[in-house]
Design a binder for this molecule. Structure first.
Ligand code: IPE
Ligand code: IPE
Ligand code: MG
Length: 255
């Protein structure tokens, strides 16, 4: 057995995680930065800044146990409604995080992707950094780190439908839509995690969430640690995923 595999297994054992049932795709709504800041008498933007280390820590922790796809919600199509100063901060912040962290992420063998509309509202400098980072990490195979930015689940589906029309597709099935999403190879989300005690989806990965297990935690995003991620994975492993069928353990289940 390879050294890498042994170590993923060791980490799973140390955190009481079943190494054979690690979620393949984890999607995270990083919420609560503003509340974290106001609890400390700080500006909301300082809460966003404080969340940077949680992104890296949770990404690494996920990849360490064998998660192949880790997707974070960084800016929604609805977040343009926020005050211009906060929006401007978030644009610059995301650019800076990319520049600060991309070499490290690349060294870990992780591929960086951005999912969302690359429209005129996204500053050109940020778009350039996104393109550079995607190109830098394009050949990495260990895992995929996707940043949902200027992303909306409905917009993604609308864009896919527009492509169907452009392609003059007559027979529409799920595969026809899936193959026109931002990253057709992105698998369905197995585990969805949202911080800050909000119990909603807020337009995140609507298509890919169809059969995800949803885990909510009261922890505010800047406080989210490796331990919190592993606790969410343990909760996920306690769920019985039936996909509309019957549980394997059910006496009536056909094998
Ligand atoms: C999540 O934190 C980050 C983004 C939406 C960009 P919030 O900024 O939503 O923090 P709260 O929900 O106001 O506390
Ligand atoms: C969802 O959080 C978007 C991101 C985390 C980027 P919001 O804070 O924008 O969601 P709502 O407004 O509480 O639904
Ligand atoms: Mg919020």
């Amino acid at each position: 057995m390879s050294k890498q595999k042994d170590s993923a297994k060791d980490i799973c054992n140390a955190f009481s995680i079943d190494p054979t049932r690690v979620p393949n795709h984890v999607g995270v709504v990083m919420d609560g930065n503003g509340r974290w800041a106001s609890q400390r008498g700080l500006e909301r933007t300082e809460g966003h800044a404080a969340g940077e280390s949680a992104i890296l820590e949770s990404l690494e922790a996920a990849v360490d146990i064998g998660v192949k796809w880790y997707t974070v919600y960084a800016f929604s199509t609805e977040n343009w409604r926020r005050p211009p100063s906060e929006v401007a901060f978030l644009m610059k912040f995301n650019e800076d995080v990319l520049v600060r962290r991309r070499d490290y992420i690349n060294d870990l063998g992780i591929r960086i992707r951005f999912a969302g509309r690359r429209d005129w509202r996204v500053p050109r400098r940020l778009l350039r950094r996104i393109q550079e980072s995607e190109e830098l990490t394009r050949k990495n195979k260990k895992a995929n780190f996707t940043v949902a930015f200027n992303y909306g689940g409905r917009t993604e589906i609308v864009d896919a439908v527009q492509k169907l029309v452009d392609d003059k597709v007559k027979k529409v099935d799920e595969r026809a839509i899936q193959s026109r999403l931002y990253f057709p190879e992105m698998p369905d989300v197995d585990l969805y995690v949202r911080t800050s005690g909000e119990y909603r989806i807020s337009n995140f990965l609507l298509w890919q969430l169809a059969y995800s297990e949803l885990v909510f935690t009261d922890v505010l995003w800047p406080d989210f640690s490796k331990e919190h991620l592993y606790a969410a994975v343990r909760e996920y492993q306690n769920r019985d995923r039936r996909y509309g069928g019957l549980s394997d353990s059910s006496p009536d289940a056909k094998v």
